[in-house]
Write a protein that binds this ligand. Structure first.
Ligand SMILES: [Zn+2]
Length: 606
């Protein structure tokens, strides 16, 4: 365990090192022979050479069903010591239950700088997306292969000549567990604090401190333990002590009761920085990490090729005629569209069709009806599960990212971004028919972005924008386009700082050379951006509209009560905020929708 402990420590640091050492491995704790993946400080582990490949035989045995629930026949603890023993045992049980899972993990980070009026505001941003192997040797494969220059970001203030900061994507998801190897009484002291409700769930709160000389990088903080099965539902704190030239950042980690008996890591908020007078802030950032796709199969070429399924095939088509050339063309487009949608869903990038789509389709329908658009096939919509602001269309399916839905201030703005994609469909700007060939779907999940892309040529973009304005002017949203203008202005005002949020991975970017180009004709509409006008809400923070069920990837609208904005600092356009999910027990009224394949009703295996 000695070596792997160091891997973990190295992986979750923000390491601060002198620029004179380009590789900066010196600043890292001792690295064993197999630590190459985790100790690469400049970039996340490359999946090709550093990550152990999963043998095909192993991939086959991967089951997409939920782990078996715990039998709650154990006697209820009567002392706090027994409670501690129980949640330690449950924590190890969770690690075991999730050991075969490879969820998607996304971290979106904003560096902060002080603004006299708005308080800490984003100065730059970074985005990481990968798959996390929850097995004993923690592994990570990244969807974003290209070296993100931003990952090696210069410190603000007076230190920029001496130091650089390196964010290690794995670090942000580290607090899925308190301590992977040594979460026990030999390494930690536990102190009961009080009872407290988190949402609907009554919890016992404990402070957890590492024992003296128990090693570097131990969990230091607080845990919330629900009082029925004694699972940890929230962890808050940091790791200590830190190795030289490095430090651990603070995290607030939340779990959801998505399957019977287990609380599954879902959200982690990280924050550093002190903006009080006289403090020389070295590092200031806030970051949201979301985990989803627990029920995804391990995406592997080999896995794919072994899935040979022979169903009894019957052609249900009503027509007895051959397809005309135009019909054949449409069939072909449909096949490509279905292939892509299915593949993106399997890679953990698209939500299955659900509640959010009903809202999106209503808006699309409003645009279609008022413009007398009659397409041979209905327009469908799907939610891209990721944060960067993007839309694209494949055949007749419009895809819009979770992050973009989150920040749009109103329905008219949603209609505006959807109208651009509807315009592509109406104009027949159909991309991606090459994906009707099934061999093009055979790639590993983490190379999705290298294998799929739906970017239009500039001429088609211009034509789609022009058509979109026509569609909007004929629609019920025609009188509300001022809000769209305001949104575009807000986006423009933050675009220099939010490069990662504006970097698209599948569709065209909303910006070109630092200028918001999408629907530019609307950007002059509406009043000027004014932070002092508290009733002017041009764009929302991330996370306010769509929530993802981390087990089955279903997207649903967040139910929140309106909160009055009392200062310009409350607006937080495009910003990340802490998480505060309403916790509920599995199967109760407020619980997240139950996964399709629960342990209770799913057969094991296929
Ligand atoms: Zn476009």
């Amino acid at each position: 365990m000695g070596t792997s402990k160091w891997i973990f420590t190295a992986a979750l640091l923000v390491s601060v090192s002198a620029t004179a050492q380009p590789q900066s491995t010196d600043s890292q704790p001792a690295a064993g022979p197999n630590t190459s993946a985790a100790t690469q400080t400049v970039q996340p582990p490359a999946s090709t050479d550093a990550a152990p490949q999963t043998p095909a035989s192993q991939a086959q045995t991967q089951q997409a069903t939920a782990p078996a629930p715990t039998p709650s026949v154990l006697p209820q603890p009567t002392t706090m010591d027994q409670v501690v023993d129980r949640f330690i045992e449950r924590e190890h049980g969770l690690m075991k239950a999730l050991a075969t899972r490879t969820p998607v993990v996304e971290t979106y980070l904003q560096n902060l700088t002080a603004d006299p009026q708005l308080g800490p505001v984003p100065s730059a941003d970074h985005y990481f997306l990968g798959r996390m192997d929850m097995g004993e040797t923690v592994d990570r494969k990244d969807y974003l292969k290209e070296q993100d220059k931003g990952m090696e970001t210069r410190l603000m203030g007076g230190f920029n000549k001496l130091f650089k900061v390196q964010y290690q994507p794995m670090g942000f998801s580290w607090m899925v567990y308190a301590d992977r190897t040594d979460f026990d009484r030999a390494h930690y002291d536990f102190h009961y604090i009080r009872r407290e409700f988190l949402g609907d769930v009554r919890c016992l709160v404990f402070d957890v401190t590492p024992k003296k000389n128990s090693g570097k990088g131990r969990f230091l903080g607080r845990v919330w333990v629900e009082d029925q099965d004694y699972n940890i539902v929230r962890l808050n704190g940091t790791y200590a002590p830190a190795p030289k030239n490095s430090f651990f950042f603070h995290m607030d980690s939340w779990r959801l009761n998505l399957i019977p008996g287990y609380w599954v890591p879902a959200y982690i908020y990280s924050e550093e920085g002190d903006f009080s007078a006289g403090v020389k802030n070295k590092i200031a950032f806030k970051a949201q990490t979301r985990i989803w796709g627990y029920d995804l199969k391990k995406g592997d070429k080999d896995d794919e090729l072994t899935q040979i399924r022979v169903d009894s095939v019957k052609d249900e088509t009503a027509t007895t005629q051959d397809a005309s050339p135009l019909q054949a063309e449409r069939e072909w487009q449909q096949q490509a569209e279905d292939n892509v949608i299915e593949r993106l869903t399997r890679a953990g990038l698209l939500a299955p069709e659900g509640d959010v789509d009903h809202i999106l389709q209503t808006v699309v329908n409003n645009l279609e009806v008022t413009n007398n658009i009659d397409l041979p096939r209905p327009v469908r919509t799907r939610v891209l599960l990721t944060a960067p602001l993007e839309t694209f269309s494949v055949g007749n399916t419009i895809v819009i990212s979770r992050g973009l839905i989150d920040v749009l201030p109103d329905e008219a703005s949603l209609a505006a971004v959807l109208s651009h994609e509807l315009a592509h469909i109406v104009l027949g700007h159909n991309l991606g028919s090459k994906y009707a060939f099934n061999d093009r779907m055979l790639f590993s999940d983490d190379s999705t972005y290298n294998n799929l892309g739906f970017k239009h040529i500039p001429e088609e973009e211009t034509a789609a924008d022009k058509k979109a304005i026509d569609l909007l002017n004929n629609s019920p949203y025609a009188q509300k386009l001022d809000n769209v203008g305001l949104f575009l202005k807000a986006l423009q005002s933050r675009s220099a700082q939010l490069n990662a949020l504006l970097t698209t991975h599948l569709g065209n970017s909303l910006a070109e050379n630092g200028t918001i180009s999408r629907l530019a004709a609307l950007a002059s509409k509406g009043p000027a951006l004014d932070n002092n006008k508290l009733d002017q809400v041009a764009a929302l923070p991330l996370g306010g509209r769509v929530k993802i069920n981390p087990w089955d990837d279903k997207a649903e609208m967040v139910k929140t009560a309106p909160v009055a904005i009392t200062s310009a600092r409350d607006k937080m356009p495009f910003e990340v905020t802490p998480f505060y999910p309403r916790l509920a027990r599995w199967g109760t009224q407020n619980a997240p929708s139950a996964p399709a394949t629960s342990a209770a009703n799913a057969p094991s295996g296929n």
